[in-house]
Design a binder for this molecule. Sequence first.
Ligand SMILES: Nc1ncnc2c1ncn2[C@@H]1O[C@H](COP(=O)(O)OP(=O)(O)OP(=O)(O)O)[C@@H](O)[C@H]1O
Ligand SMILES: [Mg+2]
Length: 206
Amino acid sequence: MKGRFITIEGIEGVGKTTNIQFIQDWLTTNKIEFISTREPGGTELGEQLRNLLLHGGHVSNNAELLMMFAARAQHLDEVIKPAIESGKWVICDRFTDSTYAYQGGGRQMDVATISQLEALVHGAFQPHMTLLLDAPVEIGRARAAKRGAADRIEAEDLAFFNRVRDMFLNRAKQAERFQIVDATQDLSSVQQQIQVCLQTLLESPQ
Ligand SMILES: Nc1ncnc2c1ncn2[C@@H]1O[C@H](COP(=O)(O)OP(=O)(O)OP(=O)(O)O)[C@@H](O)[C@H]1O
Ligand SMILES: [Mg+2]
């Protein structure tokens, strides 16, 4: 039996990384084999690109978009698809919805171009479930601020992140794989919502 592909999306500081820990614990309890990975990154090439993307100097919009998809192509080939084929679940901190949200929404790049690159890199291959952790930008920022210095993308302004959030929410309305999680709630309520989603996925036919 093939594994499942779950992606976790949302703006900075909404709790993606925190809740991935919870998902890992849930999978372990349920004796489900999994790997946990992140984008951009997840491979040696991808992590090098991540470093250039987040901590390098000026990167043009097109270069940024292509680097995101270059990292993703490698990640799919080397890590994500082989794991799913071998029956493991894959938990991924951000995926293509983040590209639509940040480059399409935030940077206002042409969404049709992003869609063409998506078709090139992963065609019909989509996550089985995408958890969109949603909260107002101010809440995410306040939580993330506790964590230290902002990276190149985190340094954008409020309007940028509001466009990012809006694009995530728009996309969530368009595909059934999305589950919107109210991330303004306290952590235990957020995790209750996530647990219901995981249980539903576990019980759904492949
Ligand atoms: N529901 C919650 N209520 C209060 N604090 C939370 C909640 N969820 C996460 N946090 C806290 O908010 C901070 C940011 O969380 P986390 O790093 O998981 O966010 P993230 O979505 O992974 O951010 P980034 O996109 O920057 O990686 C952490 O200090 C975490 O403990
Ligand atoms: Mg994180």
